[in-house]
Design a protein around this ligand. Structure first.
Ligand code: DGL
Length: 283
């Protein structure tokens, strides 16, 4: 419990904090905006240290802890760890360390996959860090110990998508290479376990085939956040349009340009937060 418990009215007025390694988590923000248009959001992008998918678990714990400390200081009522790599490596540590409720992105998608999988063979496409952590295997097995989990790490896929390369032959070849071994093991559900993959969902569907259901965990996360706020009695009133603010550790202009493409709406002000400020706030 926090030292100075706030009233529900105080908490309702606070924004939801969200963080990711960069622009990718905007696919999660998008789903949250569709589900909770009345809420305010503060989105933190650690673009200076992107990509997270190639980092070690220890690095991800350090970065996620620094960002959660920053968001908690800013004043948020809930934190969404919108990065699959960061959630996989750092969610238990974050939840032990901070008093603000923290929702990660792995469990909501795992739950949806377990519910949708008729044959209990669940594929997971994700970064190397997410696959190495085993977080999806643990999450799925906590819900269905007998489900088969078929993981496929997809190194480099994020970069193609982020560079806007979504109709290139190189991307098509890469997707074919990642989906072929998955398909051989015949999953009936595949989780898009990385922030960037929903942007190429049609291509993934084409390569995996009509019989495979793709799970976009972002949709489930939005539902989980909405439900959590409602159960805690700290949702915002539905009669308003929320505000969105953005922080980036890297170049603000490129966050604005690439971010607008991911979010499909203009991004106005972006506050630059230096790594020195993040580190100093985490002592
Ligand atoms: N946001 C990361 C994730 O969902 C993908 C990009 C990265 O590697 O940083 O795992």
């Amino acid at each position: 419990m926090p030292d100075n418990p706030q009233t529900n009215a105080d908490l309702s007025a606070l924004p939801i904090g969200m963080f990711d390694s960069g622009v990718g988590g905007l696919t999660v923000l998008h789903e949250c905006l569709v589900t909770m248009p009345q809420e305010d959001f503060v989105y933190f992008a650690d673009t200076a240290r992107f990509p997270y998918g190639e980092k070690t678990a220890a690095e991800l714990e350090l970065f996620a802890g620094q960002i959660a400390a920053f968001l908690e200081r800013t004043g948020v009522k809930l934190i969404v760890a919108a990065c699959y790599s960061a959630t996989s490596a750092a969610l238990p540590m974050l939840q032990e360390r901070f008093s603000t409720p923290i929702v990660g992105v792995v469990m909501p998608g795992a739950r949806a996959a377990v519910q949708s999988s008729r044959y209990r063979r669940i594929g997971v496409m994700a970064t190397e860090a997410t696959v190495a952590s085993g977080a999806y295997v643990r999450a799925i097995h906590s819900l269905d110990s007998g489900a088969e989990v078929i993981q496929e790490a997809c190194p480099g896929l994020v970069t193609f998508i982020q560079d806007g390369d979504i109709a290139s032959q190189e991307l098509t070849d890469a997707v074919r290479g990642f989906t072929a071994p998955l398909k051989e093991r015949r999953p009936d559900v595949v989780i898009m376990g990385c922030t960037h993959y929903p942007l190429v969902a049609p291509m993934l569907q084409r390569h995996l085939g009509r019989d495979v259901s793709l799970v976009n965990p972002a949709v489930e996360i939005a539902r989980e956040v909405e439900e959590t706020l409602a159960r805690q009695g700290v949702s915002r009133d539905g009669e308003r349009e929320g505000t969105y603010s953005f922080c980036s550790t890297g170049d603000v202009e490129s966050f604005r340009t690439v971010g607008a493409r991911f979010l499909q709406m203009p991004i106005a002000a972006v506050r630059h937060v230096s790594l020195a400020e993040l580190e100093a706030g985490d002592e």
